[in-house]
Design a protein around this ligand. Sequence first.
Ligand code: ADP
Length: 408
Amino acid sequence: MTAVEKAEIVPGAVLVINAGSSSLKYQLVDPVTEQVYADGLAERIGEPSGGAVKHEAAGRKREIEVILPDHRAAIAQVVELLREDGIDLADAALAAVGHRVVHGGRSFHAPSVIDDRVRSEIERIAPLAPLHNPPNLVGIDAVSALLPDVPPVAVFDTAFFHNLPEEAATYAIDAETARKYAIRRYGFHGTSHQYVSLRAAEFLGRPDDEVNQIVLHLGNGASASAIRGGRPIDTSMGMTPLEGLVMGTRTGDIDPGIAFQLARVGEMTIDDIDRLYNKRSGLKGLSGDNDFRSILERVAAGDAAATLAYKVYLHRLRHYIGAYMIELGRVDAIVFTAGVGENAAQVRADALTDLGAYGIEIDPERNAERTDQVRRISTDAAAIAVLVVPTNEELEIARQSAAVVADL
Ligand code: ADP
């Protein structure tokens, strides 16, 4: 995303924050004009050897090396960088600060202004996402301390999937145990699936509630969803973001019994298995690489491990596409998004190869085109429109945050 060459901020902009355990992504964007004033990433927060901020605003890109003891220091650094660019956040008449919060549990189905009650509830459900929600809260507290007058809003990654049909949301496990531990399918990447599905319907020139679509969010994390008339009826991520598609470093679906074998025979602890499943699996576990560009280069060069990883990735992806076609019954569009989905023409072609009998046919020239515009890559004759829709979670978070504040 390129930040514009203009420092003067129109009232109503939103500061979007995505805080991870040692990183903080931010974007200052106008939710109406879509103008991006600033965009950046603070990394290696809390590392004694030092962190860094990659920052783009007012038409220039900078990267500074700086020690960032905690998230508050990172935010203070961002505020200072913006000030140097002529942007004073305290005077900018921001509509809101929009925080990405990964897990909303059963409590949150819509963006929420963060008051004491909402903050405590996010904290209460943190055990559902121990790697994600605690850093999100740290980000919320850090920004609120520096910008106390701007309303903070939480936009939940799970919210779009809040009303999945019960047969899709329920795991076949002892019902009492499931209730006690809040075990169900929650789904993630919801902001992206929602944004992309709306853009796809708009591109097709049809009301969102008339379009049935399969959205494939293929980034480092990856998820698929089946959306009937604007409402998700299934999604591949589950209780946690581990389930479903093969990802950069995560397993996706595996036999739950594998954990028993690793614990009993491999003498691995729960934390060992957690790290294995989350960090040393997926494409990286199979091939040593989780960057899809390298995987594709290695496949082209005939590398056996990368080829197997690629085949396993595609096998799972096609499995979900097939399942969601049957669940939806009628499919109007299949939509690719995120880093791999938007850029890797070969993945799109291979994922949908030989499906002419189902009304799916990719036009190779359209597929090869490189642009960041929404586009159709299927042939005109094909019954199902295959689209590439660049996702923009920051813009969607900004829009939802501004809307909830306007309703106050
Ligand atoms: P994240 O889940 O971290 O937000 P992204 O949506 O940015 O991830 O996607 C990251 C993935 O996209 C990486 O695997 C990267 O290799 C892949 N990717 C980015 N550009 C290309 C490209 N031109 N061709 C193939 N893969 C790409």
